[in-house]
Design a binder for this molecule. Structure first.
Ligand SMILES: Cc1cc2nc3c(=O)[nH]c(=O)nc-3n(C[C@H](O)[C@H](O)[C@H](O)COP(=O)(O)OP(=O)(O)OC[C@H]3O[C@@H](n4cnc5c(N)ncnc54)[C@H](O)[C@@H]3O)c2cc1C
Length: 402
């Protein structure tokens, strides 16, 4: 998808009857089963694992993967449709599900046959949960800056370090751990990181403190401490030293899922505001009769549709296998900021009830802060967009673009 001279075909979004049928199934689950429990999950800050198991039975953990590996044989578009429906009621629930894709996707893209059978298949079926362990106390956006080490000893690697903010870290059976297999100075820094699959219960893999964050309550991230953790070399995903490539390719796909979370949250805020504005009266008139409220609702509607179209577009482009990096960054920024903007507008429309924790709109505002941050902050997405545009223009010299 070219920035300077795009073709109209680059904006194709093809939604099939199968896509819509799948959406209906997920919507029914979300409305009937998740909606009544969403507020409790947030208030008690505890995930409903029975419901997670039900979501697994619906096929929500393996949507785009081939059936031979436990998947549903769908695509990224099916996955974003499902994610949007789930996030409309609980972004925390969609995050518990979504974080698995940060492990299953790299195995599907970079793993060997044995890894696909042994690890991808149970994750895709929702039989085992997974966690992606990249972020550290000293490195988040700069993934090549991680300092966890993996030292080769015979046919094994010994891993030492600490990971922070790991979603599902307290629930996972399978971890994808990133560590340095060569020092940052010895090669190009992004070439020295490797991705390892580690099973829960392996000595040296320790779950640390829960990190209390303002949003996605019910799905709080944790610390993971790696203390002389021994991993056989056959558990390396992709090539030794190419872990940054594995991670960044995973995030290119994953952030379309975050865009879908933003779309679902933005939709939820719009629905809450509309419902309130058609029921609440002041000075003898419904709130919706005031032009000031109508303009806010119109802006919220624009935000939702823009977010949704860009999310579907990014998910459609992943099928072509090229040019979706910029699209997924654009979708992530627009959708997560739509969620924040709509939550804020809904709060204003709803007055004191908007800031009441019982009305669930303040939850959308809190959740929006997290989705703007994880899988690459929105400013990091802006850098990605600029790098892609520069590439299209043939500009390669760093000082001009970063
Ligand atoms: C709830 C939650 C769940 C998470 N789950 C996971 C998980 O499962 N696995 C995992 O590995 N990580 C996870 N993370 C970590 C998340 O991916 C990182 O927090 C995120 O990538 C940002 O890293 P950081 O917090 O270290 O910020 P930093 O990298 O320190 O950045 C701080 C600020 O500086 C800006 N900045 C940084 N570099 C630049 C630059 N070059 N130009 C302009 N601005 C810049 C950033 O945009 C940001 O605003 C999670 C985080 C949260 C909050």
């Amino acid at each position: 998808m070219s920035t300077l001279s795009p073709n109209s075909t680059e904006y194709n979004i093809k939604i099939s009857d199968e896509h819509e049928a799948f959406r209906k199934i997920v919507r029914e689950f979300a409305e009937k089963e998740l909606a009544p429990k969403a507020q409790k999950i947030d208030k008690e800050n505890r995930m409903d694992m029975d419901l997670v198991r039900k979501a697994a039975k619906l096929g929500l953990f393996g949507v785009p993967f081939p059936e031979e590996y436990g998947g549903g044989g769908g695509d990224d578009l099916s996955l974003v449709l499902a994610t949007e429906e789930i996030a409309r009621f609980s972004a925390a629930f969609s995050s518990v599900v979504g974080a698995n894709y940060l492990v299953s996707t790299p195995i599907a893209l970079f793993g060997n046959e044995e890894q696909k059978r042994r690890y991808l298949t149970p994750i895709a079926r929702g039989e085992k949960l997974a966690a992606h362990a990249m972020t550290e106390p000293g490195a988040g956006s700069d993934v090549a800056g991680i300092s966890t080490t993996a030292e080769k000893k015979g046919g094994k690697y010994v891993i030492n370090g600490k990971k922070m903010f790991i979603t599902n870290g307290d629930k996972a059976d399978i971890f994808l751990v990133f560590a340095r297999t060569s020092a940052a100075e010895t090669e190009k820094r992004h070439r020295g990181v490797t991705a390892f699959l580690v099973e829960k219960g392996t000595p040296g893999l320790n779950v640390g403190n829960v990190i209390d964050v303002i949003g996605l309550r019910g799905d709080q991230p944790v610390e993971i401490v790696l203390d002389n953790l021994e991993v056989p070399e056959e558990n390396i995903v992709g090539e030794v030293g190419r872990g940054v490539n594995v991670a960044l390719t995973t995030y290119d796909h994953g952030r379309i899922g975050v865009a879908a979370q933003g779309t679902g949250l933005a939709q939820a805020a719009l629905e809450a505001a509309l419902k309130y504005a058609t029921q609440r009266q002041t000075f003898g008139n419904y709130l919706l009769s005031y032009q000031q409220v109508q303009f806010k609702i119109a802006e919220m509607t624009i935000a939702v549709h823009t977010a949704r179209l860009l999310t579907y577009w990014g998910a459609t482009l992943t099928k072509t296998g090229k040019d979706f990096i910029k699209a997924s960054s654009i979708a992530k920024i627009v959708s997560t900021e739509a969620a924040e903007k709509n939550a804020h507008a809904a709060m204003m429309i709803m007055g004191a009830y908007g800031v009441s924790v019982d009305m669930q709109v303040e939850r959308i505002l809190r959740d929006s802060q997290i989705i703007k941050t994880y899988e690459g902050t929105n400013d990091i997405q802006r850098l990605t967009i600029m790098k892609e545009v520069a590439k299209e223009m043939g500009i390669t010299s760093k000082p001009q673009i970063v």
